[in-house]
Design a protein around this ligand. Structure first.
Ligand SMILES: Cc1ncc(COP(=O)(O)O)c(C=O)c1O
Length: 430
């Protein structure tokens, strides 16, 4: 079976697909493999140091991130989810307070609000970027609104030109959910430094992923930085004195040590993701898929860091296309099949189907394709070829399928020791 040949044989394909090239949604081993010896060294160092929680590696990582993101305060914590909770705690969110956020996001954005007794007020999204619609935010502000959480979803920065004046005009702080958008920018300034606080995740599938859970906060405000540093250690300052009740949310030294090995590569990995995104779009254009697939829209006022490459599939064919890709060895994911306003656990807030039409349509039509930095052009040609095959469109032309990575780069044979677990990070996603 070659890419682009008839799509009638999907059933036969699923009988035996062993001979087909497989493309995982994410192959973390390709990134970690070449750095393995460095990881071993720093893990030994942490082991010898006897410092396992916070400690010098965490402080060093915070300082390095502060320089790279050009934001004065960086505070490590135990996860991206905790970073959101801590940010809301720093703003003293209390039961009954309203927080505006998108429904089209990972669950943690909303659960941080409800854990404090706050009320999530969901705003709809822009249909072309999937990012929160500022006009809808403005409509939903009330006298009880205490914060707005824009999510820089899939790695693209929210239109802050539209959102900032609305929030500033109403005197409402902005917490950026930047869990998927490390190094994304808006007019050259990094996400996390655009609002009052930024919340980031080191979850393994993120662009800067650790060896487990981890996260951090950014802020330009000294008062919030002081509060956050205290809140992450049970509100303790000095030792065993507690003026406020915080939580236990500290970043481990081992995570920080591993992340410090990866951080210097992040910019280059991000550029590779962007090249992959451009290449996908070119390939899809060559396969004449425009009427059935909408490729991601890029807002040129910012840098998109491509944590996900998400297409929209027309005519109710998303799930069938996904099954075809699965049957032919291509990993995909649906982010997110059930918008948060329709989740069972939030039924008490009274949202109904039809309340957020753009969000609900996106949940039915979007599909994320493999976009990780180490993805090969030939693998992308396989992905697009399988899509073209499904829709009965022309195959990816050979000269495009063989395109090298980057304009002047030459593909090197990979020296990665295979773990046999390629793509296993697929199993757990946020
Ligand atoms: C948009 C968004 N917010 C928050 C989180 C929570 O981060 P963590 O998994 O590190 O808790 C994630 C994903 O992990 C996310 O994608």
């Amino acid at each position: 079976m070659t890419p682009g040949s008839s799509s009638d044989s999907t059933d036969k394909l699923s009988d035996s697909t062993d001979f087909l090239p497989k493309v995982p949604l994410l192959a973390i081993d390709r990134q970690n493999g070449p750095l393995r010896e460095q990881f071993r060294q720093v893990m030994d160092d942490v082991c010898d140091s006897g410092r396992f929680v916070l400690g010098p590696d965490v402080t060093a990582l915070e300082n390095e991130l502060s320089t790279i993101l050009d934001v004065p305060h960086v505070i490590g914590c135990a996860s991206g989810s905790d970073s959101l909770l801590l940010a809301l705690m720093a703003l003293h969110i209390e039961p009954g307070d309203e927080v505006i956020l998108p429904s089209y996001t990972f669950f943690a954005t909303a659960s941080a609000v409800t854990r404090l007794g706050g009320i999530p007020i969901f705003a709809d999204i822009d249909p072309s970027t999937f990012l929160i619609d500022s006009d809808d935010v403005a409509r939903r502000i009330t006298s009880r609104t205490r914060a707005i959480i824009p999510v820089h979803l899939f790695g693209q920065t929210v239109d802050m030109d539209a959102l900032l004046p609305i929030a500033n005009g109403a005197g409402i702080p902005i917490i950026e959910d930047a869990a998927q958008s490390i190094l994304s920018t808006w007019h050259g300034r990094c996400s996390g430094g655009l609002g009052d606080m930024g919340c980031f995740s080191f979850y393994p599938t993120k662009n800067l992923g650790g060896f487990g859970d981890g996260g951090f906060l950014t802020t330009t405000r000294d008062d919030l930085a002081d509060a956050l540093r205290k809140l992450r250690v049970h509100g303790m300052e000095p030792r065993y004195y507690h003026d406020v009740v915080g939580i236990n949310s500290r970043l481990d030294s081992l995570q920080a040590a591993v992340l410090r090995i990866k951080l210097p590569h992040l910019d280059q990995w991000t550029t590779k993701r962007a090249h992959n995104a451009i290449r996908y779009t070119e390939m899809m254009n060559h396969c004449e898929l425009e009427d059935v697939i909408t490729t991601p829209k890029i807002d040129t006022r910012g840098r998109h860091v491509w944590n996900q490459y998400v297409i929209r599939v027309a005519d109710g064919k998303r799930d069938a296309l996904r099954e075809h890709l699965m049957a032919t060895g291509v990993g995909t994911e649906i982010y997110y099949p059930v918008p948060l306003h329709l989740q069972k656990c939030f039924a008490n807030f009274g949202w109904e189907l039809g309340d957020l039409p753009v969000t609900e349509q996106a949940a039915k039509e979007t599909l994320a394709l493999p976009i990780f930095a180490e993805l090969e052009p030939t693998e992308q040609a396989t992905v697009v070829g399988r899509i073209a095959e499904f829709f009965g469109r022309p195959p990816v032309p050979d000269q495009i399928a063989c395109m090298e990575k980057g304009s002047n780069a030459v593909s090197q044979p990979r020296q990665v020791r295979r773990t046999g677990l390629i793509g296993r990070a697929d199993d757990v996603r946020c």
